[in-house]
Write a protein that binds this ligand. Structure first.
Ligand code: SF4
Length: 348
């Protein structure tokens, strides 16, 4: 008969093999795949987190840009900002653990205010969300009276509260097209603003996009020469990019779309080699799901997203620090909720 220690070891080994079955094709770094040893190291944490989740009626939502041990070890749902916002809205769990960055966890709290929302990474920022305040938006709007304002979901609750409609990379073009008027304000992504203008012109419904803010520090690094290099080194490759990339880069790609859109593009394609101009975590998800396809990734890691780990997820569940508990001022939450609900309404 097994002793208690033997039983624990057997459980850890079983969990490690479960993880390895999912992660054996997945890159840990550019030159290294996840090994059974890595999975053995992760297994005690995934077992403990999954036990605490059951005890606390907690659910873990993990953005695709977090690490595979979170996505495949403990997440109840993984996806992009829009998909995670939908999951947060409909969750019946008592606790939502949001492995992502601060604005995403804030969105979860706004959409499901009675839940306790925790973010393992604490106040994990985002170069886009941190580029603009609600006051900046109000000032911009006062300079363009009567012009509707869209905000990218990658923005703070105050920015969402100061805009008419929130959008994601998956629905931004359709919503921008539906909005009335020949001009639109779009914040806080300057590069996506240019992509909206280009896409609306292509669709024959041109609008002038007035923008302010910054850019995603991961996607703004790609240049046209990276697309050219991928095509030169991998003849026949399909290059896909996120609309947070520069418009000169997007113009050269085979597909431009959200994280969810890129996953659909890969799944429905008969091609076997894809150049990924996006964050490493999405590459990891695709490698796990499509082991027969090749994914070439030049570079691009979001240090904010990678602040989430198994260790701080466990710690947040057991004894959350104040900076891991998400709260949003009521008046801001009410106004931000309107702009997010408007998005759901327009995407029905
Ligand atoms: S990938 Fe870019 S937009 Fe996304 S969280 Fe990181 S910095 Fe922000």
């Amino acid at each position: 008969m097994l002793t208690t220690t033997d039983e624990k070891e057997a459980l850890v080994l079983k969990e490690a093999h479960r993880l390895y079955g999912l992660l054996c094709h997945v890159s840990k770094t550019k030159s290294e795949k996840w090994s059974l040893q890595d999975c053995i190291a992760a297994a005690p944490y995934t077992l403990a987190i999954n036990r605490f989740k059951r005890e606390q009626n907690a659910v873990v939502l993990a953005h695709s840009y977090t690490t595979p041990d979170l996505v495949y070890g403990v997440a109840d749902f993984s996806g992009d900002s829009f998909q995670l916002a939908q999951q947060a809205k409909q969750s019946s769990a008592s606790v939502i653990v949001f492995a992502g960055v601060w604005f995403m966890a804030e969105t979860a709290k706004i959409l499901n205010p009675s839940k306790k929302v925790l973010i393992p990474a604490g106040k994990a920022g985002c170069s886009l969300a941190d580029s603009m305040t609600g006051e900046d938006v109000k000032k911009l709007r006062s300079q363009h009276p009567g012009v509707s304002a869209l905000c990218y979901i990658n923005s703070s609750a105050e920015v969402k509260a100061a805009c008419d409609v929130c959008v994601t990379s998956g629905n931004v073009f359709d919503i921008a097209q539906k909005m009335p008027g020949k001009e639109l304000i779009f914040v806080p992504d300057l590069l996506m603003a240019k992509n909206i203008e280009d896409e609306l012109s292509r669709r024959g419904t041109p609008k002038k996009i007035i923008s302010s803010g910054g850019s995603c520090c991961v996607h703004d690094k790609y240049r046209p020469e990276h697309v050219e290099m991928l095509r030169r080194q991998h003849p026949g490759i399909k290059v896909v990019a996120h609309p947070e990339c520069d418009s000169d880069v997007c113009a050269l790609c085979d597909y431009v779309g959200s994280t969810g859109g890129m996953m659909k593009y890969v799944s429905s394609s008969t091609d076997t080699c894809f150049g990924m101009l996006t964050e490493f975590g999405l590459v990891n998800r695709l490698e796990a799901q499509y082991p027969d396809k090749e994914f070439v990734w030049p570079f691009g890691v979001c240090s904010y997203m990678k602040k989430n780990s198994l260790i701080n997820t466990l710690q947040a569940l057991v004894e959350p620090r104040p900076d891991q508990v998400v709260e949003v001022t009521q008046s801001v939450a009410d106004a931000a909720q309107k702009s997010i609900h408007k998005m759901f309404e327009l995407t029905k």
